[in-house]
Design a protein around this ligand. Structure first.
Ligand SMILES: Nc1ncnc2c1ncn2[C@@H]1O[C@H](COP(=O)(O)OP(=O)(O)OP(=O)(O)O)[C@@H](O)[C@H]1O
Ligand SMILES: [Mg+2]
Length: 420
């Protein structure tokens, strides 16, 4: 399935999907480690794994037809030469690879076909990711170029434009100046507004799903949890979004939600850019909510109409407290967040979803009109490619140092006044 017309005709014949897909399918083979292209050896291993699996013929017939339709016309992954493995996530293993025909470096996400399946037998998250990402067309959203197939039906790869860095990895080593944070935020808001304008909620915005190129361009990535939305709103799963970036209405059990949940995550990312640590690293839903309320203040019916009636309200009994923004984000010269910046953060981290600013609204926020202006992406600092080595080697354990966490700051605050 070629998603960009520029790729022209096939250079090698697509794999035939006439044989049934085994179920459950094994995770990507470790043989793909260590460089080289996706070879015969791997496909033999896959074939053995496929033989070992015992699919039921009725369940695999549908998946077979579906895969055949989906992957019909996909080019072979053999044209890519593997450079290194970048990272392994829940839904795939991501590699850096070179297109041996064009010489272009790309990212290949090998789908984990063992993830939970759709009725047709294809992993739901991968299906959504491919379909939704293919609809996007924006410089701040990672570009899915095509889907490629290996020598066996167990190997399916999303071929994406390559970005040299994951924002999370950069935050571990670099403290962004105010104009740099503004540049990143502007791009993040543009990317997220684009998704929302295409009726897509991302539902997993976090610093490890944001990429940065060495040209200073931020890209929203990882659409594994994304969903289409429309009117009237449907009821979606509330167990989405990594907990640290999860909006309070989801924790409170609100059944219908929309793009506001992404705006909350953007607020968390904004704070993380200054603190260089996650803002609300909760260990449980209760802990998550208490960290949020310690910063933004416990909501009331006045600040969040309908709050008292939310399904989980009875489980979370918090005593009233006042917001503590300036404890966590001190004013200049100690901190970098101006009053305007703080106002934008407050607007994004507003507990009542209806009162929360939208990504589109935030793009026009006066924060972006005040000095220092957002840096031009071309002027952003460049770093040695952090994705050219495996994730485990390049992500050191978070340390203390100049960046204080929300917890650090709150610990100081707590020693002055008991909160609850
Ligand atoms: N286009 C890309 N260019 C460079 N690196 C990428 C690219 N896409 C993904 N990565 C890297 O691979 C990692 C895992 O990718 P992704 O988040 O898409 O997979 P996932 O299985 O959904 O992961 P998780 O469950 O951990 O969120 C990312 O965090 C990022 O560091
Ligand atoms: Mg991810």
């Amino acid at each position: 399935m070629s998603l960009r017309p520029a790729f022209g005709r096939q250079t090698s014949p697509p794999h035939s999907f006439l044989s049934p897909l085994p179920s459950p399918l094994p995770p990507p083979s470790p043989a793909t480690e260590g460089g080289g292209c996706w070879s015969k050896q791997e496909s033999e291993q896959d074939a053995r794994a496929a033989d070992a699996a015992t699919p039921s013929s009725s369940s695999t017939a549908a998946s077979d037809r579906f895969s055949a339709r989906l992957l019909d016309g996909c080019r072979s992954v053999d044209r890519f030469r593997k450079l290194n493995r970048i990272d392994e996530g829940t839904y795939g293993v991501v590699y850096r690879a070179r297109d041996s025909i064009t010489g272009e470096v790309v990212a290949l996400k090998q789908l984990k076909l063992s993830a939970s399946k759709s009725e047709e037998g294809f992993p739901v998250s991968s299906l959504r990711e491919v379909i939704l990402l293919a609809k996007m067309d924006h410089p701040n959203v990672v570009c899915l170029k095509e889907v490629a197939v290996g020598n066996s039906p167990l190997h399916i790869f999303m071929v994406m434009e390559y970005a040299e860095h994951e924002l999370k990895a950069l935050l571990d080593k670099h403290s962004f100046a105010a104009a740099e944070v503004k540049c990143l935020m502007k791009q993040l808001l543009r990317g997220v507004s684009h998704l929302h304008s295409r009726w897509v909620i991302h539902r997993d915005l976090k610093t490890s799903n944001l990429l940065l190129t060495n040209k200073g361009v931020l890209k929203v990535a990882d659409f594994g949890l994304s969903r289409h939305f429309g009117t009237p709103l449907r009821i979606y799963s509330k167990n989405v979004i990594t907990m640290w970036y999860r909006a309070p209405e989801l924790i409170m059990g609100q059944k219908q939600y929309t793009t506001d949940v992404d705006a909350w995550s953007v607020g968390c990312i904004f704070g993380e850019m200054f603190l260089r640590k996650p803002m609300f690293p909760g260990k449980s839903e209760l802990h998550q909510l208490s960290l949020i309320y310690e910063l933004v203040g416990v909501p009331t019916e006045e600040t969040w109409p309908g709050h008292e009636a939310l399904p989980n309200r009875k489980h979370f009994d918090m005593k009233l407290s006042l917001p503590r923004w300036r404890v966590v984000f001190p004013e200049a010269p100690e901190g970098m967040l101006t009053d305007m910046g703080l106002e934008l953060m407050r607007s994004l981290l507003t507990c009542c979803p209806e009162r929360r600013i939208t990504a589109e609204g935030a793009e026009e926020d006066p924060y972006f009109w005040e000095r220092p202006y957002a840096l031009d992406p071309a002027m952003m600092p460049t770093f040695q490619d952090t994705n050219s080595t495996g994730r485990a080697e390049k992500r050191p354990a978070p340390r203390g140092g100049p960046a204080q966490t929300l917890l650090d700051n709150l610990a100081v605050a707590r020693s002055r006044t008991a909160l609850f």
